[in-house]
Write a protein that binds this ligand. Structure first.
Ligand code: MG
Length: 404
């Protein structure tokens, strides 16, 4: 029986994890949930899963969830809040597996503490590896516990890696759908609207990651994640555009063999893989191989998608640069979603923040958080200057974006 704690239980990966747990009630038990600010969803999950502990964002939310749970006859569930609450969930003594799926730097400390507490961690939070990858992977090695990627590409690489030894790896091929602007000429980038950028061709995801997929920054982050997870330099990680998103990624070995992983585009599969590793268990997530007709591949256009190039540079520099890359991107994407800057301004903001960031090794999670805050401040200033200098672009009115 895997005893699971989920960081980010009301988000899309969190909900998919619960849906996997629901399908295998005798294999998985939900021990602890960190939910965030969606109080109603947190309450419903607590009633449904009866975890030992549930954490929400604010103290007042914790009070109201506690009261409602008591009224429901679930008063034995411990309700905690804030970052200390998230750490309580991630280090719960009864949990042996932690799914790290809180978006942003908020999930960093709790994930690091989970690794330090000797938990096996399934990673869906990008910041953990992009901003603090060197620290987290070093700690996991020390603990002798695997870090299991839930991100579809790294999950695919992890699976392919089992076909050979580390020293036999020639190259990791990360596939990218190319996003909605694969065929859009660069000259039209300044007029791209929020609505257009949120319209991802293959995956339904949260807003930030959807924009990051449109700029290819998401793939840039994944290059850094791959370097940290699999201990390879950026020169051994190549991005290839594959619009069908059928092949989730590939590993090329020194003898010339290339192993690829493909399956349905459903996050429940990488979650199931991580939760059951090193076993594989029966699922109903079947891929219709007979219907497969065409797989296309193209090299990415680094001049058009400058974010990808910036990410490679940050990956090469390491230390503070990937922290700044992530922080500046989050601010720039937020400003774009708010209509303050244009789509083509996103790499502009990031490039400026990166060049103002000193290189330096990250020695602690605190230092990562400080570097992150500093980069955010710099990015906000840059956004302000750009915002003053431009006319407003049309904003999307009602955009709903949810899912895997
Ligand atoms: Mg991915």
């Amino acid at each position: 029986m895997r005893r699971i704690a989920i960081l980010g239980s009301t988000g899309s990966i969190g909900r998919s994890t619960l849906s996997v747990a629901e399908s295998y009630p005798d294999r998985f038990q939900i021990i602890a949930l960190a939910a965030g600010s969606n109080v109603q969803a947190a309450f419903e999950q607590a009633v449904r899963w009866k975890p030992r502990v549930i954490s929400v964002a604010r103290e007042t939310d914790a009070d109201s969830v506690r009261k409602k749970l008591r009224a429901q006859g679930c008063g034995e569930i411990e309700v905690v809040h804030g970052s200390a609450g998230t750490v309580r969930v991630s280090t719960h003594p009864e949990a042996d597996f932690v799914v790290s799926a809180i978006v942003g730097v908020a999930g960093l400390e709790a994930t690091y503490e989970a690794v330090k507490a000797g938990k096996t961690v399934g990673l869906a939070n990008k910041e953990c590896l992009v901003a603090a990858g060197e620290l987290i992977t070093a700690e996991a090695r020390k603990q002798g516990k695997p870090l299991l990627p839930i991100d579809s590409e790294h999950n695919a690489v992890h699976q392919c890696m089992r076909g050979g030894r580390m020293e036999e790896v020639q190259k990791i091929w990360l596939t990218a759908s190319g996003g909605p602007f694969l065929k859009t000429p660069k000259s039209r980038f300044p007029s791209i609207t929020v609505q257009q950028a949120l319209n991802h061709p293959t995956w339904k995801m949260g807003k930030r990651i959807t924009i990051d997929s449109a700029t290819l920054m998401n793939k840039g982050f994944e290059v850094i994640e791959a370097c940290r997870l699999f201990h390879v330099p950026p020169s051994q990680v190549e991005v290839i555009v594959h619009p069908q998103s059928t092949i989730h990624s590939m590993v090329e070995f020194i003898d010339g063999s290339i192993l690829a992983q493909f399956s349905v585009t459903d996050m429940r599969l990488p979650i199931l893989y991580a939760l059951t590793y090193p076993e594989r268990i029966q699922s109903d997530l079947r891929f219709p191989v007979m219907d497969l007709r065409q797989l296309d591949f193209y090299p990415p256009d680094m001049q058009k998608f400058r974010c990808l190039k910036l990410a490679y540079e940050a990956a090469e520099a390491g230390g503070a640069k990937p922290v700044a890359l992530n922080a500046a991107d989050e601010i720039a994407v937020g400003a774009f979603l708010e209509g303050q800057i244009g789509f083509d301004d996103i790499p502009r903001v990031i490039e400026d923040v990166l060049s103002a960031t000193k290189t330096g090794k990250m020695e602690s999670i605190n230092q990562v958080v400080e570097t992150d805050l500093e980069a955010r401040r710099a990015a906000r200033e840059r956004v302000e200057r750009l915002h003053r200098g431009r006319s407003p672009i049309p904003r999307a009115t009602s955009v709903s974006c949810q899912g895997e």
